[in-house]
Design a protein around this ligand. Sequence first.
Ligand code: HEM
Length: 163
Amino acid sequence: MYAELNEKLHARLPTIEDVPHLPYTEMVVAESIRLYPPAWAIGRRALVEQTIGSYVVPANSIVLLSPFVTHRDARFFPEPARFDPDRWTPEAKQSRPQYCYFPFGGGPRRCVGESFAWAEAILVLATLASRWKAHLVPGNKVAPNALITLRPKQGMPVTIERR
Ligand code: HEM
């Protein structure tokens, strides 16, 4: 990612025009929200009885789908706990079923802000990482806190170093 940012930005601030030219930075964002999807669970209420595979879902049941759980399923993401942006090359993406990764939901209620969120995340990361390296303060463990959205339980104190 640092190599890509050096090559494409030459120390200037990124703009929206840079987003399509920062594919590796995008892969880092994709891998980050695989492991820590901000929307960690998505709920639905069944209006009528439905059969899904071998499961009967009675009318009025609440069904929870969890990107957090599915994104860590080793059938789709071998060594799921390992942070590996190379899972997001076009070839690797094509080799997996569509809904093993759904940080923005899916179907008619899929996030309407998805394109904006990708552009924003890539730009924030590119802006920070083009100038700074962040190091987690030793002794701090990053533990997820599953509220409506997923957050780090004790924050994420870092020291920053100029690149
Ligand atoms: C990383 C950032 C974001 C994530 C992970 C995210 C995730 C999601 C998910 C999972 C859903 C589907 C909820 C469901 O099926 O019940 C959703 C829906 C929605 N999102 Fe996002 N979102 C993000 C950013 C945004 C932004 C920036 C906007 C607006 C500019 C936005 C607006 C919406 C709206 C309006 C819906 C409801 C769509 C509907 O019900 O038809 N989201 N989002």
